[in-house]
Design a protein around this ligand. Structure first.
Ligand code: CP
Ligand code: NVA
Length: 304
């Protein structure tokens, strides 16, 4: 049985299989619908708010013939009202899979140790693996192939950029993080990356100018992630000159695309103008959450 908690733990071949499956599932004229989750229940346990992840997972489960069940993290009280190991063992009696959005990566890792059903990470403080599978699917659609493409992430060394960095290394894309000092990847992550890929993590840049001329994708995300609200004022100041705007866009090739995982804070990490110029791409990216997650669910459950 497999879990989907962190891209470090996934083999490149499995990630490629997910992308291939998503492409197939999306193609028109499928001979018959996939029914991988027929008679199966997938529970979503979310400690933080969500629009895309929740709705696209619930839709994905329905498309695959299953049923979803949403429970707010407050109700469960993971690690407070109920220990994680008791939660995991209880849920394994009732449902066939778990999608979890959590404050701490540790919560999904710990759940997976005790659950007898697949556990999927729907975002934690450290990673957002389902997001980036949708992003890679979008790159595949826009560029025909993902290999060798260059993503320049302008923003925080957060859950999304970390998963992108790992996914890029696994699937053969180039990744550059452009961020203010003190907001890059931490030493533990850099060490994990070095151990896995036997090369250092690409150096972070303070200024995007050297990376932009070869960028295929400029990617941004909020400056203050969920759970960091107390740092918001400080972060607004630190990231002020790291906005995706027209002057940055001018330094990139004509074919460049702008990605945003959403939700977006216009006039903070991205201008309204830039957002709207690339709205078709950004909502294709949002739409692909559904297709990528159907493929993740299929690849986890078809072989179970
Ligand atoms: N991108 C993303 O995960 O969106 P939600 O927080 O709305 O799920
Ligand atoms: N980095 C953002 C991503 C939201 C999808 C956050 O964690 O809030």
């Amino acid at each position: 049985m497999r879990h989907f908690l962190n891209l470090f733990a996934q083999e490149s071949e499995f990630l490629a299989e997910i992308l291939q499956t998503a492409k197939l599932m999306k193609s028109p004229g499928l001979p018959k619908p996939y029914e991988t989750l027929r008679n199966r229940i997938i529970a979503l346990i979310f400690e933080k708010p969500s629009l895309r992840t929740r709705v696209s997972f619930e839709a994905a489960v329905t498309h695959l013939g299953g049923r979803s069940l949403f429970i707010s993290g407050n109700e469960v009280g993971l690690g407070t009202r109920e220990s994680i190991c008791d939660f995991a063992r209880t849920m394994s009696q009732y449902v066939d899979g778990l999608v979890m959005r959590v404050f701490k990566q540790h919560t999904v890792e710990e759940t997976s140790k005790f659950a007898t059903i697949p556990v999927i990470n729907g975002l934690s403080d450290l990673s957002h693996p389902c997001q980036v599978m949708g992003d890679f699917l979008t790159i595949q659609e826009l560029f025909g192939d993902i290999k060798g493409k260059s993503i320049v992430f302008v923003g925080d060394g957060n859950n999304v950029s970390r998963s992108l960095a790992v996914g890029c290394a696994k699937l053969g894309l180039e990744f550059t993080l452009v961020c203010p000092e003190g907001y890059g990847f931490d030493a533990t992550f850099a060490k994990q990356y070095q151990e896995m890929f036997e090369r250092p993590i690409p150096p972070e840049l303070r200024n995007p100018d050297s990376a932009l001329p070869r960028a295929d994708i400029i990617y941004t995300d909020v400056w203050t992630s969920m759970g960091q609200e107390a740092e918001q004022e400080h972060r607004l100041k630190a990231f002020r000159s790291y906005q995706v705007n027209d002057s940055l866009l001018k330094k990139a090739p004509k074919h460049v695309q702008i990605f945003h995982c959403l939700p977006a804070h216009r006039e903070e990490e991205i201008t309204h103008t830039c957002f709207e110029k690339f709205a078709d791409t950004i909502f294709q990216q949002a739409g692909n959450r559904l297709h990528a997650q159907k493929a993740i669910l299929h690849c986890l459950f078809a072989k179970k």
